[in-house]
Design a protein around this ligand. Structure first.
Ligand code: ADP
Ligand code: MG
Length: 475
């Protein structure tokens, strides 16, 4: 009796079917085709590398038992992976399971074809579609394209966002990574894309999530022992938006799980949108393999808005709130809050609140007070490196000179000023300031702070240094 690949596989299947859930069978075994039988090796074709690795991870024992029953102790299984994804890569490649006493192929090298952008999934997890979930998008409809004003600073990111929103998964901007400083509109733009997609494609599953929440969910899932559900949940999403992915830095477990989710979605033509406060090159403690994925699509920067854009954002905001403000004040705000649109909005809101609480006109004076307060209170901490750079520039020396052991008076003063400002503007301890500014101890830093205080109150020239530097460092 001659046995065909099909008949051998059919027997395997009926054994497998008895041993797993119908859903798992349908998901993972029905798509497999038996293609060839040679000697003791059965070749089966699977739809993707992901598929293959998933089988390896979860069903290798079952497959082995089934195959041993059919073809004896030396039975071998050969996977033929047929790429049916978007990479124009349809050369199949094969990988053999060598002998019966192996339980896993994980240590085997898999020789993917050259130019294969297909992700190396080593550890995929999926629970076959047990649930049919209605997923709440978590989108904020008030962050949309209509109120995301366009300017030079955001044109690229905005139009890439539009393109993705019109054709999720269908552009080369996948993933779309939007990066830029705090308060420049990353979250707004990310929501706008999601909102637009939901509008145009109501049937698509869109999910917005902050990387922080993603991390919490993941940790929770590990605790509750339902990591697979967690992963499966994410793998059924059509458009995944993850905000502030820089927060994944240093979190190896979350990065790993995100890597697999990302690969799965990407491989299946699903759209991924990411935001970060840093460009990929500047992200620290993010695994290389993940960083390289981030760079596959488009990284678009949100830059600081120019004066015109700041003016139009203010006016738009006032218009929305039904408030009028003299042009002079609008310009004052635009001139004084430059690097953060959230602060700009915050100042407008405080201004409106103050004037209505106190039944006062909105005056330039009031605006000045509020900007002073507002900007001071929300100021981000400057770094000690930045302080050293500004101080050295001011005295026209380089940072190495500032840190050097020399006792030359003007260099000592520069160094003391750097220490003084580091103490004043950062939360760093005296010891840590000392170690960052030329390996000094805490007593030296303390001495420097006292000296600067003394000199500033007795020496006019020195006071000017302090004032100038203070301005440069706190603007
Ligand atoms: P990020 O996520 O980059 O820190 P957000 O998206 O939270 O910044 O934006 C901060 C605030 O600035 C939000 O209220 C947002 O609506 C507003 N904003 C940012 N960019 C624009 C823009 N181009 N037009 C209108 N509002 C903007
Ligand atoms: Mg944000």
């Amino acid at each position: 009796m001659s046995r065909t690949a099909q008949s051998v596989w059919d027997n395997c299947l009926s054994f497998i079917k008895d041993n797993i859930t119908p859903q798992a069978y349908k998901t993972w075994f029905e798509p497999i085709k038996a293609v060839k039988l040679t000697d003791v090796a059965l070749n089966i074709q699977v739809p993707s590398k992901f598929f293959y690795e998933w089988l390896e991870e979860h069903y290798v024992k079952l497959l082995k038992v089934a195959l041993n029953k059919e073809l004896g102790e030396n039975a071998k299984l050969v996977y033929v992976i047929k790429m049916e994804n978007t990479y124009g890569n349809n050369q199949p490649f094969t990988e053999k399971i060598p002998s019966a006493n192996r339980t896993s192929l994980k240590s085997q090298e898999v020789s993917a074809p050259l130019k294969n952008k297909n992700p190396e999934l080593k550890n995929p997890f999926v629970i076959p579609g047990i649930r049919n979930l209605q997923i709440e998008s978590q989108l904020n409809p008030s962050y949309n394209f209509d109120n995301f004003l366009e300017g030079d600073s955001n044109r690229l990111a905005r139009s890439a966002g539009m393109a993705v929103a019109n054709k999720p998964g269908g552009t080369s901007f996948n993933p779309l990574l939007i990066f830029g400083g705090v308060g420049l509109g990353k979250t707004h733009l990310a929501h706008a894309i999601g909102v637009h997609i939901k509008d145009q494609y109501p049937e698509k599953t869109v999910l917005y999530i902050s990387a922080e929440k993603f991390t919490q969910q993941y940790i929770e899932s590990v605790k509750k022992n339902n990591r697979n559900d967690f992963i499966h949940f994410y793998q059924v999403i059509d458009v995944l938006i993850v905000d502030d992915i820089q927060l994944l830095s240093g979190k190896a477990g979350t990065q790993d799980v995100f890597f697999h989710i990302f690969n799965h979605l990407h491989q299946n033509g699903k759209q991924v949108i990411l935001t970060s406060d840093k460009a990929p090159v500047d992200m620290q403690d993010i695994e290389q393999r993940l960083l390289s994925r981030f760079k596959w699509g488009l990284s678009a920067e949100l830059q600081h808005p120019g004066f015109e854009t700041r003016i139009s954002i203010i006016k738009h905001k006032l218009y929305q709130d039904g408030v009028e403000m003299p042009e002079e004040i609008v310009e004052f705000l635009a001139n004084n809050i430059k690097t953060n649109i959230r602060e700009l909005e915050g100042a407008i809101i405080s201004l409106i609140a103050h004037s209505s609480f106190n039944k006062k006109e909105i005056t330039l004076d009031l605006a000045k007070k509020i900007v002073d307060n507002y900007v001071k209170h929300t100021k981000r901490e400057v770094s000690i490196d930045y302080i050293q750079k500004i101080v050295s520039d001011y005295f026209q020396m380089d940072v190495d000179t500032l840190q050097s052991k020399t006792r030359k008076r003007h260099i000592v003063q520069a160094r003391q000023l750097a220490m003084f400002f580091a103490k004043k503007l950062t939360k760093a301890s005296l010891a840590s300031i000392g170690s960052q500014i030329g390996q000094r101890d805490h007593a030296t830093v303390l001495h420097a702070c006292k000296t600067v205080d003394n000199l500033a109150s007795t020496d006019k020239q020195f006071r000017k240094y302090v004032e100038d530097l203070n301005k440069k460092l706190t603007v």
